[in-house]
Ligand binder design. Structure first.
Ligand code: C2O
Ligand code: CU
Length: 481
């Protein structure tokens, strides 16, 4: 069932894997591109009786990725041809607040038939992705997500650089999406629905390789709520970056756990023998990618790679930090209790549940009227996160990467999304150096939809929404760079 020759595989991959370069520009250059969201169809399963009706970017679900070199200014016009309002959030980018794509916080939703031009500088090299930020659970589950790869000006020496956007779909007997858009990803709307995990919309992805080739694998957990445990056979290497931020000391790769929205960059050498197949697979034994090995690229593996060049991120000053506690409650087993909702009313647990709210952050169910925290631009912030629920959560902060603070004030490598076990507590720290209003929420999107979201304000009160700044209308068709 796997296509046998490398050439065929390459051809198939180019159409779906985000391999083609839409724009690869030099630092200081400008990349002008357009992306259209619309209803389309996709084939996630060879056994489905017909194509699946989805929402996609540029006619594909998940959307085609794009790659741009660090330092490029990206001018990307989003055209909404969906039947519903939408936006694009550039997950993990430390971006100008007005370009963050959060409907109702950083911009008005883009109505059907209209467009919005996103214009931002790609400060950090790394693996990122984009998705809507309005009715996020439903829009993502219907197919709207895509990789965004920012290349180092001098990328490491590899034989291939591949992105793997992992999505999960429930398909009914007719091959149509059967996710329940109000509930947990584990619960389909149709109890007879079948579960499908895809990589770049395929299952599995196939990439012909040779022994001792070195591959860069960029894994993106684009599921709406699954924690993915991934390991490999016939590949050996290093974890180079987490959530787009290089590790100062790459770790040996054995197994990686990814919360929804998290990314991991691997550098691996093909150790399987010619005629064998190397694989990337989930703990459940699901093959995400197959690497048929044809021949030997070189007699011996390459030397151990050095770290990727670091992105410039300010180091938190823990002794002079602004400290706050963020407590989360709710879920089936936890006590939800009373909570505030937008507008200021306090509701009982039963009233909250009746409104579809079952999770809280800092005493609020749903988006609070006022920020959880207001800090001065440049201040170090430490947030003690208390997960007073029995379930894990993947907590994501917009506009900044943060450290978990370990034993004795040790700073754990930067992330933009962190997995917390049920009942866990942890402290995160970051320098709030990006002014604006930034969401802080659970990226298990059913939790977010059912209340688990909040926001912080950094710096001056006059943010994009306050002053009604809308940067559209200066799009001109033309050169890519
Ligand atoms: Cu991936 Cu608030 O977003
Ligand atoms: Cu959660």
């Amino acid at each position: 069932m796997h296509e046998p020759t490398r050439r065929n595989v390459l051809k198939g991959l180019a159409a779906t894997a985000g391999a083609p370069m839409l724009a690869s520009c030099s630092p200081g250059g400008t990349a002008q591109t357009e992306v259209t969201a619309s209803a389309t169809t996709a084939r996630f399963s060879t056994t489905a009786p017909r194509a699946t009706r989805v929402w996609g970017y540029d006619g594909q679900a998940p959307g085609p990725g794009f790659r741009v070199t660090q330092g490029t200014r990206m001018v990307r016009r989003f055209v909404n041809r969906l039947p519903v309002p939408s936006t694009i959030h550039w997950h993990g980018l430390r971006i100008d607040n007005a370009m963050d794509g959060v409907a109702g916080l950083t911009q008005p939703p883009v109505p059907p038939g209209q467009s919005f031009t996103y214009d931002f500088l790609l400060r950090d090299a790394g693996t990122f992705w984009y998705h809507p930020h309005i009715d996020t659970l439903e829009q993502l589950a219907r197919g709207l997500s895509a990789p965004l790869i920012v290349l180092e000006t001098e990328p490491p020496d590899t034989d291939a650089d591949l992105s793997f956007l992992i999505n999960h779909w429930w398909l009914d007997g007719d091959g149509q999406i059967a996710n329940d858009f109000t509930r947990n990803e584990e619960t389909p709307r149709d109890p007879a629905a079948t579960s499908h995990l895809t990589v770049n919309g395929r299952a599995p992805l196939v990439w012909g390789t040779a022994q001792n080739e070195r591959l860069r694998l960029r894994l993106i957990n684009g599921t709406t709520g699954r924690i993915l445990d991934t390991s490999a056979q016939g590949l050996s290497g290093w974890v180079m970056a987490l959530d787009g931020m290089p590790l100062a000391r790459p770790r040996r790769f054995d197994r990686v756990t990814m919360a929804p929205a998290q990314r991991v960059d691997l550098l691996v050498d093909v150790t399987a023998d010619p005629g064998e197949e190397a694989q990337l697979r989930t703990a459940g034994g699901h093959v995400l990618a197959a690497f048929p090995v044809e021949g030997v690229a070189s007699a011996s593996p390459r030397p151990t790679p050095g770290p990727l060049p670091p992105n410039r991120v300010a180091r938190p000053d823990l002794r002079n930090a602004r400290r706050a506690t963020m407590r989360m409650t709710g879920g089936a087993l936890g006590a939800l209790g009373r909570a505030k909702i937008r507008g200021g009313a306090t509701l009982s647990q039963a009233e909250l549940v009746a409104r579809g709210l079952s999770w809280t952050m800092d005493g609020y169910a749903g988006m609070p009227d006022t920020p959880f925290l207001t800090v001065g631009e440049g201040e170090t912030v430490m947030i003690d996160i208390v997960n007073a629920t029995a379930e894990p959560h993947g907590m994501h902060l917009h506009g900044h990467h943060f450290h978990q603070v370990g034993q004795g004030g040790r700073l754990v490598p930067l992330r933009d999304t962190i997995l917390m076990d049920g009942g866990a507590r942890m402290t995160i720290a970051f320098v709030a150096d990006n002014p604006g209003d930034w969401m802080f929420h659970c990226h298990m999107l059913a939790h977010q939809a059912m209340g688990m979201m909040s926001w912080i304000r950094v710096g001056d009160r006059r943010t994009a929404m306050d002053i009604g700044r809308q940067r559209s209308g200066f799009w001109e068709a033309g050169d890519i760079c």
